[in-house]
Design a protein around this ligand. Sequence first.
Ligand code: BGC
Length: 900
Amino acid sequence: MGLSLTNLKCDYLINPIGIDGCTPSFGWQLLSDAKNVLQTAYQVIVKKGIEVVWNTGKQKSEQSAFLRYEGKALVSRTGYVWEVTVWDNQGNTASASGEFETAILSVEEWEAKWIEPVQTPAFHEPSQSTMESETSAVEEIKMQPPQMVRKEFTLSRPIQSARVYATAHGVYYMELNGSRVGDIQLAPGNTAYDKYLEYQVYDVTNQLRVGNNAVGMVIGDGWYVGKVGICGQSCQYGDTLAALFQIEVTYEDGTREMVVSDGQCTSSTGHILYADIFVGEAQDFTKKKEGFSRAGFSEEGWKPVTIKDYSYQNLYAPYGEPVRICETLKPVKIWKSPQGDVILDVGQVLCGRVRMRARGEKGTKIVLEHTETIDKEGNYQYNIIGKFVLQQDTCILNGDGEEVFEPEFTFHGFRYIRISGYPGKPTIEDFDILVLHSDMKQTGTFQCSDERLNQLQHNIFWSQKSNMLSIPTDCPQREKAGWTGDVQIFAPTACFNMDMIAFFKRWLRNVEKEQKEDGQIPNIVPYLLAYNPNGVMPSNTHCSSGWGDVAVILPWKMYEAYGDRSVLSEYYPMMKKWVEYIRYTAETEVPKEKEGKLTEEEMEIQKYLWNTNFHFGDWLTPSVSFDFETGDVDMMQSAFRTMDIVPTTFYAYSTELIAKIARELGKKEDAEYYQELNRKVRYAFRKEYVNEHGLIKTELQGVYVLALQMNLIPQNRRENAVNKLVSMIQENGNKLDTGFLSVPFLLDVLCNAGKSDVAYDLLFQDGCPSWLYEVKMGATTMWEAWQAVLPDGTNTSVSYNHYAFGCVGDWMYRTIGGLNQLLPGYKKILIAPQLDERLTSASISYDSSYGLIVARWKRDGKKMIVDVTIPANTTARIKLPGGDTIETGSGSYVYEYKMG
Ligand code: BGC
């Protein structure tokens, strides 16, 4: 077949419309039947119509991903075609082309006005709310309805193409001439609205017509006005809903016309009585404003809108994949509980919402309550705490045949739904379960001979899907917040499972904007008011070690996974500022109890210890935070127990990474500076915490893991420290006792010290706490805490959908599957499975920046079969377990041999 090109991406997407970038990046993948294929040269030509705006010429280079545009300045709102030609080392050539379209590249081009319907401002929930569930009845919560706006307009000539640019203060959907625009949900998404607000770009060519047209928009509270976070604080960015839209029509004769939001729009409330991301949504079908987005609709009772001078400076083009309904599931069961409730089981803990069909009399009220748990008897049980986390949707029927209810502006974390008031007997046929997340492509698959491990990967993947709704979150129910620590921990696993690069970059843009002047990276991004110092957390600063370090760790992990250097360069200033914050804090602050008591020599050491202020520490360390008998949880205890020592381990980690990053970016002086800082931090750590035997006073597995991983134990005492770690594990009945920050390194630290048997013991453990305990207890996602379900089947009030402890997924891909990179982005691949008696086969695949990598192995006694696929334009080293090491190029290979 020769050579062909596939997966042409511009700014990480296929044929995107509405990109901001003045320097978009281009990538393509080579497909070939031949073996050992490498690209030897490429040529990229970018055209605007027939004008060539960039021609790279034939470049001798293997680069086939993340090539930066360096042509003429791109013009706003314009379509471009790009063509790529590739030459390979087998004498073949191939060409392909893609398209992209720029968005609104300068603020002056906004002709639309911010408009605000006449509305009662939202109720300001007090800023010092508690997180206790105080409200049980939805009726007691003060909420305002979503707002609708509409406008009619006439188009005079045949239309060649049309685009909509739209956004809102709140979340919105739009309709044109009676049909919905696009399939994006909850636009513009969860974002730091005041600093980084994306507009959406839609191709509406087929929705407009010559003559009379109408546009309608419905705006709900979303993250702008709604009651968010664990204490349900409202009005993060404002207390009124507003809209902005610009429709640009290009006629067949080449002329253009604009239709924009302005004073001619009118507004009204409609059938959505309220919609809140945490509380839930209520719709009254008797109040439907049928046809509001069609020309000729009667505007009786509609009100004028006011024009506002809100900023355009914070507006950005869409970046990465939007939120969509990515899957539709059928429930598996419906029953009447012993307490008389009708309960629906979806069969899977997830994030999304329901679509329900019902027929009933006018005024019939149906209530749907979402939960992740039922009790042992099969009764409804609500596991989520939080002030307004009701997760309750309501619909009132109009009584005209089959009616379909689907919330617009909310989503829930759930597996079960209690249904009240349904007319007649509901069946599973009456429900569709809509799974919501940002629409990234799945890139990884994992299978092995132990079904429990396959279920574990399934659970990890579902927690990932549930927590990637426009930003990476901790959980999809209680907080739905962009906790920086959680994603730092989980990122490598996330990058195996899905194509995360654009999604993470979009969130990092938010992180950058939320960074404080002094370099602090808030614990949560977008940063919610209630989590500010002295808010709901016992914190005197905005940040915590291991959380704020996301600024350095995440870009590095993305670079490793994808090989895109821009991730490092774009966020380098942010990383530097963060590391400088740590350095300054460490140098200038002394723990209270040590003030005035240190010798000069001790003061010198002190300067490199990050040991003041509040930190979450090795969060949720099992033995410190949980009572396994009663299920009692005291989360803060792991913070108090470990926050004196853990921050310095992350000071070491971040300085080590930023030194590497500086080197990657060719910043030699910086690299040396951070290297030296790292050396001093490690020296100080040893002096302060490590005794002459290599032992540490804080006797916790997690602290040892971090100290070993960050290279904080002198070489000649490492073995002692490893032995200590192993003995702690064994004394704990071969069970882990690591918290959030250390668990990602636990199994690696053991394997690197030659203790892969102990690592596998931990993996195969199924007593509590362990990964397979959760599987054994029927988990379908990852739990926040290991003992979420106690051994006797009692459910506790924690989240059943937190991905952090799912970070073991990455280890399973790398160790069981054996897939690692020797060069960033898998330009050079290492396949080196580490076997264990308890497994007889494994099979993984990963769709890398260069194409599909497959690694499979199967063992039958001493007979081994290894089977790999290496994509074109990469090379690989294959370490056959118990056999040879092979260097190879692309192609599919099967190795059959007897293990030595
Ligand atoms: C969240 C986390 C988060 C933590 C901070 C919790 O409430 O759900 O996952 O990282 O607080 O320690």
